[in-house]
Write a protein that binds this ligand. Structure first.
Ligand SMILES: [Zn+2]
Length: 370
């Protein structure tokens, strides 16, 4: 009797301590607002976690680390199993050291050394990163690699300027958008080195290209579409116009796109036109209202995660044009207060919901009937 009672208590305790790991059946994705940087947290039904990027550094590092930590707490995580740094720009690796001081990170993935050394990335790669990976595991990934996770397939499709050469299962059809494509100037920056991921959970698919730029998208998607179509696109490069070609966005045919933009970063009219004109699109959700979109090129407010700390009386209809380089721009609106994530919960049959934490709007995108 006593033994059975102890066993019952143990069951109750486990149930209390690990409710999410015991009962979770969805793939949950938190698109954390890091002000035009990236931090996207995936939590699998088995309770395993993958964080893609860790937000901004410098004075913003503690803020962004805390915002990511809040998502890990909401998901009931006590560690981050896998951390991918898409590339060595400060809006992607900036808060990683701060984050690692707050929660254990067990394995790191990246594309290798930077091709665009900058003081902050050199300092980080010489001094900070070696100390972090010494306590964990580091893997330099290449296209075609996988991250081992229970119950879903995680494929690396771009890394270090290389793109996956063979089509994913079910993909590989000729891409009709290639013919009309015009290449942009070559991108010698870290953006083109981005580690891009493709994730399949049952019938649900999500693509996360990091900050991959236009010409690399074309390499990946032409002449044949090696990725196929997707349910969810975490929009590349914060919704900027040097990424997000038709050959990428329109060929992927996302049902839903989520942009990790800032108030003055991403959401330019040309990119928004491509995103909003995408065939089969149901909704675009934006982390921030972007002045670069104005009301003309933005989505309805209920699909926007964050506005401004000090909300202006009216937001402009016209897209704001940033002053030319070298000229003084007005300081960006501050947003250091409460921030709101988008949470996506996907089921194996392909049905998924998106929730805007600011206004609690939840929308369900049902799996097609067959
Ligand atoms: Zn970026």
């Amino acid at each position: 009797m006593r033994l059975r009672f102890t066993a019952l208590i143990a069951v109750l305790l486990v149930g209390t301590v690990l409710p999410s790991a015991q009962t979770r059946r969805t793939l949950d994705i938190y698109v954390v607002d890091v002000e035009g940087g990236n931090a996207t947290l995936f939590v699998t039904p088995a309770g395993e976690s993958v964080l893609i990027d860790a937000g901004n550094g410098g004075a913003a590092a503690a803020r962004d680390a805390e915002r990511i930590l809040e998502a890990t707490k909401d998901a009931g995580l006590t560690q981050i199993d896998h951390h991918i740094t898409t590339h060595w720009h400060g809006d992607h690796f900036g808060a990683l050291e701060e984050l690692a001081q707050r929660i254990p990170i067990r394995a790191y993935y990246d594309h290798g050394p930077t091709i665009q050394p900058q003081p902050a990335s050199t300092e980080f790669l010489d001094k900070v990163y070696p100390a972090l990976v010494a306590k964990a595991k580091r893997t330099i990934v290449k296209p075609g690699d996988r991250i081992a996770l229970k119950g879903l397939e995680w494929r690396i499709v771009t890394s270090g300027g290389q793109v996956v050469q063979s089509p994913l299962p079910g993909a590989g059809a000729r891409n009709p958008y290639c013919a009309a494509n015009t290449l942009q100037d070559p991108d010698p920056s870290e953006n083109a080195q981005s580690v891009g991921s493709h994730v399949t959970f049952g019938k649900f698919r999500v693509v996360h290209p990091g900050d991959l730029t236009w010409n690399k998208e074309v390499e990946l998607m032409c002449p044949s579409n090696r990725l196929g179509t997707t349910d969810l696109l975490i929009v590349g490069h914060h919704g900027q116009a040097v990424s997000n070609s038709e050959v990428m966005v329109h060929a992927l045919r996302p049902r839903v796109s989520i942009i990790n933009n800032g108030t003055r970063k991403g959401g330019q009219p040309s990119a928004m036109k491509i995103l909003l004109n995408s065939p089969g699109l149901e909704d675009v959700w934006q982390s921030h209202f972007s002045l670069l979109s104005g009301q003309e090129y933005t989505v309805p407010g209920m699909f926007i995660g964050n506005l401004f700390d000090e909300q202006p009386e009216a937001v402009p209809v016209a897209a704001w044009t940033a002053p030319p380089q070298g000229q003084q721009a007005p300081p960006p609106p501050a947003h250091n207060g409460k921030s709101y994530w988008f949470k996506v919960s996907a089921q194996e049959d392909g049905t998924f919901t998106v929730t805007n934490a600011r206004n609690s709007l939840t929308k369900t995108y049902r799996a097609p009937a067959n």
